[in-house]
Design a protein. Structure first.
Lengths: 117, 118
């Protein structure tokens, strides 16, 4: 059973360009979470999605960032007009079930390391 | 709001010695606590979790954690450290989402870098 897949693993963008990060959850999981890790810091929650729905986006910056999890295909985290401060590792996690249980474990992907020049 | 604190940025232990990585928590309601490990340039790997039941939780790679309600702690332990245990360790707590019936994010501690010397 493949784990959470993320691509690309490394992404280099110049200031002002767009970054698209993809996440395919584990098989059977329909809940996806995105986290950001700045250098030498812990992970910070960004957004929680179920298929075609954003459930909690309290950690998303108000501008330039968006996320989707379509009915078909991977979840996408999109960053428009990137700035140097967006350089970080972006991790996706998934969980199964109804999402109502706090007991559920989130399983993490390998991350995408974004570098903005 | 739920939170966890990891008071030590770095822990250094000699191989073969016992290790402890500290974590304290602050939650409203029942705590759902986790430990994750991150190896260099890798994602997070789940180690163990406390939901309910026995205060001593056993996890992967020989790690265990002790839930202490009176001290609001959830320290990670291993009886005999290995050099390969050197990594970044995160304590975490599950937070309830915007709707009571919906579980969402994990709140992570700042991380503790564990260094095991041969």
């Amino acid at each position: 059973n493949a784990g959470v897949m993320q691509n690309p693993r490394h992404l280099v963008r110049r200031r002002g360009q767009e970054a698209r990060l993809r996440c395919s959850p584990m098989k059977g999981h329909s809940h996806v979470y995105w986290y950001r890790q700045l250098p030498e810091e812990g992970l910070k929650f960004m957004v929680y999605l179920q298929k075609e729905n954003i459930i909690d986006e309290s950690g998303m910056p108000k501008e330039r960032f968006s996320a989707e999890f379509p009915k078909e295909g991977p979840s996408i985290l999109r960053i428009q007009q990137v700035v140097r401060g967006d350089s970080a590792a972006y991790f996706c996690a998934s969980s199964q079930g109804s999402g109502r249980s706090l007991r559920e474990t989130q399983y993490f992907g390998p991350g995408t390391r974004l570098l903005v020049l | 709001a739920q939170s966890v604190a990891q008071p030590e940025d770095q822990v250094n232990v000699a191989e073969g010695n016992p290790l402890t990585v500290k974590c304290t928590y602050s939650v409203s309601g029942n705590p759902y606590l986790f430990w994750y490990v991150q190896y260099p340039n890798r994602g997070l790997q789940f180690l163990l979790k406390y939901i309910t039941g026995d205060n001593l939780v056993k996890g992967s790679y020989g790690f265990e954690a002790e839930f202490n309600k009176s001290q609001t702690s959830f320290h990670l332990k291993k009886p005999s450290a290995l050099v390969s245990d050197s990594a970044l360790y995160f304590c975490a707590v599950r937070d309830r989402g915007p709707r009571d019936s919906s579980a969402s994010k994990i709140i992570f501690g700042s991380g503790t870098r564990l260094s095991i010397r041969p």
